[in-house]
Write a protein that binds this ligand. Sequence first.
Ligand code: FES
Length: 121
Amino acid sequence: MTSTSMYREHILDLYRNPSNFGKLENPTNYYKEFNPLCGDEVEIQLIIKNNVIENVKFIGKGCAISIASASLVTDKIKGKSIDDINKFSKDDVLKMLNIPISPGRIKCATLSLEALRKAII
Ligand code: FES
């Protein structure tokens, strides 16, 4: 097995069994972002208290990269301040995915980040 296929396996595991998948009862903030290229969507729901992400969940449908990314992003931001979230970049998400992402898949990889940014505006 090459290291690339190991990374792909990691992405597929997250796709099949993502962290934080589901709905929050009373989110303070939420946003559903679409990928216009394929029609896939990810909705991020947050409970923000005193400028801190107390809880986060997501729902949606998408490719393995978009769902794996939403899983990683939601894990990463739990307990973080809004200031930390504002510093969280596209490159940070690509680093967490840890696989080569072609330019055509960047939107897949950053769908959850876009939803997150719009949810906290
Ligand atoms: Fe639709 Fe990736 S192909 S989000």
